[in-house]
Design a protein around this ligand. Structure first.
Ligand SMILES: [Zn+2]
Length: 236
């Protein structure tokens, strides 16, 4: 098996753990966890599940959740009126609305709910990948594609829950219960992704925050240049 975070190969004859009949594999080098391929939902099943997601900006609990992300992982790396992209915004553009209230030039893009690709026009000072990385099959490819949309010195701010270290804890972990959550990243996986992308890991904060900051040299962001610009496919 080939780790989607650190790119190392490892033997996967036996799963790391099983839960509810589903097998999970864990990279021995960086700890990235991912579900067995047969349990990855197809596009239609995933879309049906995403339509059930609730990210209502008027709901106080959700708004507080977003504000924590903005205060810890976004505002220290991009000041208003910076251009910011919320990649994978979900059913409502909640984060972009909150950012506009704070004076940012914020765009939202989502393959299902906000697919107008004009929103992807950079350069961006920061791209937010808020509760998205756990859904994507090729995280390095996605981050590399987004890195090329950054202005020099720009950042990618990620929120995704770091997985438990012990298999018995993982087997009981609530965050994996969403069937569209197919991969999980902890500190070593973020370090590996940052290294491969040529970025600095500017923030790593349990339980769920990481910021990758790219070089201020123009044209240095992202190293996966060959192939298409499709953020949902892996590097060739
Ligand atoms: Zn790995």
């Amino acid at each position: 098996m080939h780790c989607r975070a650190c790119a190392s190969s490892f033997r996967a004859a036996t799963p790391w753990t099983r839960a509810r009949g589903v097998a999970w594999f864990r990279c021995p080098r960086c700890g990235q966890v991912r579900v067995e391929p047969s349990a990855v939902p197809g596009p239609e099943a995933a879309a049906a599940r995403y339509r059930l997601h609730r990210n209502d900006p008027a709901e106080p609990g959700y708004r507080a959740f977003l504000e924590t992300f903005v205060d810890r992982a976004l505002a220290p790396f991009a000041a208003p009126p910076a251009r910011v992209l919320d990649f994978g915004s979900g059913p409502a553009p909640a984060l972009a609305l909150l950012l506009r209230e704070r004076g940012y030039d914020a765009e939202a893009w989502d393959p299902l709910f906000a697919p107008d690709r004009r929103a992807l026009t950079g350069p961006f000072v920061l791209v937010a990948v808020h509760e998205v990385l756990e859904h994507v099959p090729y995280p390095y490819r996605l981050l590399s594609t987004l890195a090329r949309k950054l202005a020099p010195g720009g950042s990618i701010a990620v929120r995704t829950r770091f997985p438990p270290e012990r298999p018995e804890d993982f087997a009981r972990w609530w965050y994996k219960e969403d069937p569209t959550h197919i991969g999980f990243f902890g500190p070593l996986a973020f370090e590996a992704l940052s290294r491969r992308l040529g970025a600095d890991l500017a923030l790593l904060e349990a339980p769920d925050l990481a910021v990758l900051r790219f070089s201020a040299e123009p044209g240095q962001a992202g190293r996966c240049r060959a192939g298409s610009d499709d953020p949902l496919r892996d590097c060739p």
